[in-house]
Every structure is written in structure tokens, then in C-alpha cells.
Design a protein around this ligand. Structure first.
Ligand code: AMP
Length: 211
């Protein structure tokens, strides 16, 4: 089962992917996570990618495509994988096709932009253990402090208001055309992302034929 989760930043692709990992035992491949790891480790690629990420721009296709192909070639992807945040441009999708990596279903998670902005701007991350909170929807017990490891929570640079607006514009221009791209291939299914995670997951199971 090779699945792409498509949708704007903040729509819940990461959360849905994590649930799929638990249930189906296939890895989640998030190019955002791979890039953040590269930035943290100060690799050549990480140093090149950082300025785009901080500004809410897309990292150039050649850098991301290389990273993704390397990851998909690993043993744990044999049984399948969930792509979260890739492809994000038509050339990225074309490179997937050209490399013979088969995609079975593209699940397009849809939410109105106002919902996305609220979700993204309230998000707080724990820089130490990776736990994710939301000031309104999932507040930590003590404001600004991680429940799990007591570290001080942060707002990621790419989740600041002006950067969010830019990320949404980038999404509309560069990523949204992928919906049509996969629709034409007959493998695109749109689901409503503004529901409980249980219902979103139930719709994903139907979309991928595993309900
Ligand atoms: P994410 O966590 O998926 O929202 O990704 C965070 C940032 O990493 C994005 O805003 C982009 O700068 C970069 N990024 C992640 N995936 C891609 C991709 N497929 N193509 C280009 N840039 C990406």
C-alpha cells in the first residue's frame, strides 16, 4: 500500500499518517521531518534548505527529490509507505512517476483556509521530545510547558503568522495543481479533514480500500 497524503500545511497530514503507521505498520515518510533532521545535523543539504523553510518557501525540487528517493529505497518501505508532504510540486510528482515508484492512492485532505490558519497559528512544539500542542485544541497542562518532558514549548519559525500566509500561498500555487494531476490518473480521493481524528481516519480507510 503506497499512499500519498495531500493537503495544505496544517490540515492534519502528520496526525493521520501517524495513525496509519500504528494500524498498518508501514512507515510515514515526511519530507518536512527529513529536512528538519538535516537542518538539525547541519548537513550540506540542511544548510541549503534552511533559508527556504524559515521563509515558508519550498525547498528546491532537486534537493527534496534526492532525499525522498533515498528514503523510499530503504528496506522498511518494501511493504508500503505513506508519503506526508511529498510531492508538493508537479515536477516532484513527475519524478516519482519517472522513477517507477508506484502510488496506489492519493488521499487529499480538505479544509477551508480559515480553519488551517487557526490550526497552524495555535500550534506549539516541544523542541526536545517532539510533542505537539495547540493553545486552544490541545493545550498543555501548564501554559508553554511540555507535559511529557517539562521543556519550554516553541512556535516553529515556519508557524509564525506571516510565514503561514506565505506557506498557504505557496500551497495554492505549487501544490494544489497536484489534485488535478492525480484526479486525471484516477487515483485521487478527497476527504473532509474537519472532523475528529477518528472520523478522518475512518474516511481514509475507506479511501484506501481498507475499511
Ligand atoms: P512540513 O513539515 O511538511 O510542513 O514541511 C516544512 C517545510 O519543509 C516546508 O514549508 C518546506 O519548506 C519544506 N518541505 C517539506 N516537504 C517539501 C517538499 N516536498 N518540497 C519542497 N519543500 C518541502
Amino acid at each position: 500500500m503506497n499512499v500519498i497524503l495531500l493537503g495544505p500545511p496544517g490540515v492534519g497530514k502528520g496526525t493521520a499518517a501517524k495513525r496509519m503507521v500504528e494500524v498498518y505498520g508501514v512507515p510515514q515518510i515526511s519530507t518536512g521531518d527529513l529536512l528538519r533532521e538535516a537542518v538539525k545535523n547541519k548537513t550540506d543539504l540542511g544548510l541549503k534548505a534552511k533559508k527556504y523553510m524559515d521563509a515558508g518557501e519550498l525547498v528546491p525540487d532537486d534537493l527534496v527529490i534526492g532525499l525522498l528517493k533515498e528514503r523510499v529505497a530503504k528496506e522498511d518501505c518494501r511493504k508500503g509507505f505513506i508519503l506526508d508532504g511529498f510531492p508538493r510540486t508537479i515536477p516532484q510528482a513527475e519524478s516519482l512517476d519517472a522513477s517507477g515508484i508506484r502510488i496506489d492512492v492519493v488521499v487529499n485532505l480538505h479544509a477551508d483556509e480559515s480553519v488551517i490558519i487557526e490550526r497552524l497559528s495555535g500550534r506549539r512544539d516541544c523542541p526536545k521530545c517532539g510533542a505537539i500542542y495547540h493553545v486552544k485544541n490541545k493545550p498543555p497542562k501548564k501554559a508553554g510547558i511540555c507535559d511529557a518532558c517539562q521543556s519550554e514549548l516553541i512556535t516553529r519559525d515556519d508557524q509564525k503568522e506571516e510565514v503561514i500566509q506565505n506557506r498557504l500561498q505557496v500551497y495554492r500555487k505549487q501544490t494544489e495543481p497536484l489534485i488535478r494531476y492525480y484526479e486525471r490518473k484516477g487515483i485521487q480521493k478527497t476527504i473532509n479533514a474537519v472532523q475528529t481524528i477518528e472520523n478522518v481516519f475512518a474516511d481514509i480507510q475507506k479511501a484506501i480500500g481498507q475499511a
